[in-house]
Design a protein around this ligand. Structure first.
Ligand SMILES: CCCCCCCC/C=C\CCCCCCCC(=O)SCCNC(=O)CCNC(=O)[C@H](O)C(C)(C)COP(=O)(O)OP(=O)(O)OC[C@H]1O[C@@H](n2cnc3c(N)ncnc32)[C@H](O)[C@@H]1OP(=O)(O)O
Length: 187
């Protein structure tokens, strides 16, 4: 099947939008676990998403240096957020390839620029570059990923349906509050 240019969803957040946390307990972006990556993302121009991740002592492999697997985790999150927010299609990572080009010390911040590259049926291609300590700093890590679009039953069948329901209820409540129709709070 031919790869087509990605079709950004008409309701995708606009450039400049801060993306926030999609799930409190997500290791990539959540705030529930202190050792998590606490990645923060916002929509950029032209089908891109910018994310920042500061390496702490909890992310070490060698003394003073980030663990490669945790750097890959940051890219999984940044790329997943790009796919989820721009296409608004539930999808999971099928393949993630990382190039580690420079060491990333504890205390440094990676500025990750992720982009959609194309789609082919359920397959979604995305890639990203991680710049060291500044948005235009040297590229320390880059990654390419294949995401595969799935139905919501992927998460209910294989994940925790009760936690999913809690998350969906919280998102619905936040939407009601945003739209000024949360009658419980604002009768
Ligand atoms: C309304 C929505 C609104 C959304 C709003 C968004 C808000 C925020 C959003 C989001 C932020 C999220 C941030 C999170 C980021 C983290 C994401 C993760 O880490 S996900 C966890 C890790 N990944 C897994 O656990 C997958 C486990 N794998 C599977 O479940 C299956 O293998 C799956 C679904 C990937 C594919 O299985 P099959 O049976 O459904 O489909 P088959 O036929 O095998 O694959 C489909 C096509 O993909 C290719 N494919 C699949 N895996 C491949 C691979 N590893 N390499 C190459 N090709 C692969 C196949 O060859 C096939 O291609 P051909 O259609 O034949 O051309």
């Amino acid at each position: 099947m031919d790869v087509e240019p990605p079709a950004v969803h008409p309701k995708a957040p606009t450039p400049g939008t801060e993306l926030g946390i999609h799930f409190d307990e997500c290791f990539g972006c959540g705030d529930e676990f202190e050792a998590g990556l606490h990645l923060r993302s916002r929509i950029g121009e032209a089908q891109t998403v910018y994310s920042e991740f500061t390496v702490t002592a909890a992310h070490q492999g060698a003394p003073g240096l980030a663990h490669g697997g945790l750097l890959a985790c940051a890219f999984d999150e940044a790329l997943g957020s790009t796919v989820g927010n721009l296409l608004r299609r539930p999808a999971v990572t099928g393949k993630l390839e990382t190039d580690f080009r420079r060491p990333v010390p504890v205390g440094s911040t990676l500025y990750i620029e992720a982009r959609l590259d194309g789609t082919a049926g359920r397959k979604i291609y995305a890639s990203a570059d991680g710049h060291l300590d500044a948005p235009d700093g040297p590229i320390a890590v880059s990654a390419r990923a294949l995401f595969v679009a799935v139905g919501f039953e992927h998460f209910t069948t294989h994940g925790d349906p009760a936690a999913l329901k809690k998350l969906a209820d919280a998102q619905e409540k936040a939407k009601r509050v945003r739209e000024g129709r949360d009658w419980e709070i604002n009768p």
